[in-house]
Design a binder for this molecule. Structure first.
Ligand SMILES: Cc1ncc(COP(=O)(O)O)c(C=O)c1O
Length: 427
């Protein structure tokens, strides 16, 4: 849910679908004014279809929401969620700053038009080459994750004869209710400085000739559907002293299925900034949403290839774990609909199976579909976050294109991979 915001787009479909999506007179799913069956015909399947208006609306909900509460606050796009040049470009245009977690994401952010000064470079195991690249590119802030990371960042800054602004990532021992693989705030985490070690790291960074410590960062986990853990993390950070800048991370959850009701962006911002105002005497508050910015902007279109009845009904489509790893990694649930028969409700529960050679390659279980047939175009909504980002070539399957839609116009921003691309790096 976006919550109250100016120029809100509405949708006639559930909140899982991008804002502005609708069912047209033919009963087809329409996104950004484009008929998804036409898109499937024109661009093939599988395909990621991104509603540009939805992305902009969510970016504005974050930017306007935070700026009305604090002029000095800033929103960073956690670009690991959708590291696609066109998405970087759109969010840079909307005035966001950017969080990158590798040299590759930094290269994409720069290509997408982000001012390096507005980039924050994260990572628990940054290489020296990545640190050099970041500093030579003029990255505004590096987020330090361990004493070794601190020392290596300091040495690299000395080597390049510069002073690098840094934040320290703190692991506050706050656990939100989410899948273990995306929980990061617990004491025994691979990320950040524990509360016991933090004072030493603060002293060391503050004393450094080549580092300028401006503040603290924390990110307690992802797909969090309750706000209370965010407040607890702020309380923990406050115990470490006063700093100019606090980056409170990302993590706001989204709706993947109709029954999920995550907090609105407005409620999330209100809770976070109230806690920060009460407990931190900060000059600047940063947040870095990934999923909540991009997940619901996008749907994936698939074509049904086969339908079989082996105890369950198995509907096999032309994609799967190569375009959406989340069901395999986190048992993540998705909804499925027949994009050409959106008015149909009910149908027997089926298993939506991917095309890959793994029994676990299942996109969704027990989803109702009314008489699915080979050739039908199916849609899974809410695939904008960590879908494209984790896409792979298992079984030599070329990765899908990314297509932006707006005002009735489709625009390919990433083309489909070809078989030649699969051997393009061979020497
Ligand atoms: C440091 C950091 N910030 C922000 C994010 C974005 O999280 P989300 O997509 O849940 O908003 C992540 C996700 O892993 C992260 O590790």
């Amino acid at each position: 849910m976006i919550g109250a915001m100016p120029n809100a787009l509405s949708t006639t479909l559930s909140h899982v679908y991008p804002l502005g999506s609708a069912i047209n007179a033919a009963g087809h799913l329409e996104l950004g004014g484009c008929d998804t069956l036409e898109l499937a015909k024109q661009f093939g399947t599988p395909a990621y279809i991104v509603s540009e208006d939805d992305l902009r609306a969510r970016a504005r909900a974050f930017m306007d929401g935070i700026r009305t509460r604090s002029l000095a606050a800033d929103v960073l796009f956690a670009s690991k969620a959708f590291p696609c040049t066109a998405v970087y470009r759109l969010l840079a245009e909307e005035g966001l700053a950017c969080d990158v977690a590798s040299g590759g994401e930094l290269a994409l952010a720069l290509k997408g038009g982000f001012d390096p000064k507005r980039v924050y470079f994260h990572g628990n195991a940054k290489s020296l080459a990545e640190l050099r690249f970041a500093m030579q590119a003029g990255v505004g802030h590096i987020v330090l994750d361990s004493l070794d990371d601190l020392t290596r960042t300091e040495q690299t800054a000395a080597e390049l004869d510069l002073t690098q602004e840094v934040l320290l990532r703190i692991t506050p021992d706050v656990r939100g209710d989410t899948h273990a693989a995306i929980s990061t705030g617990q004491a025994d985490s691979k990320f950040g400085f524990g509360m016991a070690e933090a004072p030493q790291a603060i002293d060391q960074a503050a004393a450094s000739e080549h580092l300028k410590l401006v503040g603290l960062h924390c990110h307690i986990g992802s797909q969090l559907l309750q706000l209370e853990p965010f407040q607890r993390a702020v309380t923990e950070l406050a115990k470490l002293g006063e700093f100019d800048v606090y980056n409170l991370g990302g993590g706001l959850g989204v709706a993947y299925t109709e029954g999920q009701e995550p907090p609105s962006i407005a409620d999330y911002l209100a809770t976070l900034l109230d806690a920060a105002n009460k407990e931190l005497n900060a000059r600047k508050i940063l947040i870095e949403p990934g999923r909540a910015l991009v997940a619901n902007s996008t749907v994936t279109l698939y074509e049904v290839q086969t339908v079989k009845h082996n105890v369950s009904t198995w509907v096999g489509v032309d994609g799967g774990m190569s375009d959406n790893l989340r069901p395999m990694l986190y048992d993540a649930p998705y909804e499925v609909a027949n994009a050409g028969r959106m008015n149909e409700t009910g149908g027997e529960p089926v298993i939506l199976a991917g095309k890959h050679c793994e029994s676990g390659d299942v996109i969704a279980r027990d989803v109702p579909l009314d008489d699915p047939q080979p050739g039908d175009i199916l849609v899974t909504p809410a695939t904008g976050a960590y879908g494209y980002a984790m896409a792979n070539n298992y079984n030599g399957v070329p990765r899908p294109p990314v297509i932006f839609v707006s005002g009735g116009n489709p625009r390919v921003v990433v083309r489909r991979e070809t078989y030649d691309d699969l051997s393009a790096r061979d020497v």
